[in-house]
Design a binder for this molecule. Structure first.
Ligand SMILES: NC(=O)C1=CN([C@@H]2O[C@H](COP(=O)(O)OP(=O)(O)OC[C@H]3O[C@@H](n4cnc5c(N)ncnc54)[C@H](O)[C@@H]3O)[C@@H](O)[C@H]2O)C=CC1
Ligand SMILES: O=C(O)[C@@H]1CCC=N1
Length: 273
């Protein structure tokens, strides 16, 4: 099996490492392509990996091709590889807002899938939303699922849900990292060391998430148990509600969703702004 990855940036480089580490015995060859040679430096000197700055050559030599460039570079990339015969190949795109039908039309390809990964794929704990084109051959779907397996949990979604998924799980880690920074900083303000504050916060979050996953309760049930009458937590909850934290979080995610819709509309030519 020959796998190609075009765009070896944040996401493409993780895909390359994960696929290489898990499948180097079965993957015949990994072809990596980026327009900037420095992005490929870490992968040179490996006899199972070939590096290139020519997307057309990489597509020609690969059976499965991941497209992992920014949406604003999609048109250029699709036109660079449009002359390749994709009839016996599969294409998997991570490009935000670029629809399967746009890729199918540009490449005259039937086997096109779209994924929305997130940054914890770096440690195999990502969540990856996946959509296969209707025409994607059933036999090849298994292969794509196998390639995505080392990245984390794969969830199949309808293509119309990609903007929501982009906001919740694609961009979501960025918001969680900001919240964690704020929590660590308040620990510093209260006089804790950075290391103590960080350790408390990370395990507090991990434990809370695990509790919800294991028990399956609605989060409000545990929130209620933690909140003693006249105690400490209710003071924080009162302040949180007065500051509008719930609404702020919902607005943050809804703004992100709206931006994902804008990017999709612009990419499909629906919106010319
Ligand atoms: N960073 C993230 O957490 C996530 C990103 N995505 C999506 O995945 C895609 C990639 O994102 P990142 O890896 O963060 O971007 P990035 O900018 O880090 O990497 C993209 C790479 O593509 C290369 N490139 C662009 N056009 C090229 C061409 N024609 N030929 C060869 N190389 C080319 C660039 O030089 C760059 O190294 C984007 O569409 C993004 O929206 C999706 C989910 C999460
Ligand atoms: O910020 C972005 O556009 C991409 C999509 C999801 C995460 N990063």
């Amino acid at each position: 099996m020959r796998i190609g990855i075009i765009g070896v940036g944040n996401i493409g480089s993780i895909l390359a490492r994960k696929i290489h580490n898990r499948f180097s015995m079965d993957v015949g060859m990994l072809f990596l392509c980026d327009r900037f040679p420095e992005k490929l430096r870490d992968f040179a000197d490996n006899d199972k990996v070939k590096i290139s700055d020519d997307p057309e050559k990489v597509c020609e030599q690969s059976d499965v091709i991941f497209l992992a460039v920014k949406p604003q570079d999609a048109d250029n990339l699709l036109s660079q590889i449009a002359s390749i015969d994709f009839s016996e190949k599969a294409v998997v795109s991570t490009m935000t807002g670029i629809s399967v039908s746009t890729i199918q039309k540009a490449l005259d390809a039937k086997n096109v899938a779209r994924i929305m990964p997130n940054i914890p794929i770096d440690i195999g704990k990502g969540v990856i939303a996946l959509y296969f084109s209707d025409s994607f051959e059933k036999a090849r779907r298994e292969l794509i699922l196998k390639l995505l397996d080392p990245l984390g949990t794969v969830i199949t979604v309808n293509e119309k849900d990609f903007p929501a998924v982009t906001a919740l799980s694609g961009s979501g880690p960025a918001f969680i990292f900001v919240i964690i920074e704020a929590l660590i900083d308040v620990g510093l303000k209260m006089g804790l060391s950075y290391d103590t504050s960080r350790a408390l916060i990370l395990d507090m979050i991990l434990g809370s998430v695990e509790l919800l996953k294991v028990k399956g309760n609605h989060p409000g049930e545990f929130r209620h148990i933690v909140t003693s009458p006249g105690g400490t937590t209710i003071e924080g909850i009162y302040s949180l509600e007065r500051e509008g934290l719930r609404g702020t979080i919902m607005k943050v995610l809804f703004d992100t969703y709206s931006r994902a819709i804008d990017i999709s509309k612009k990419a499909s030519g629906v919106d010319n702004t």
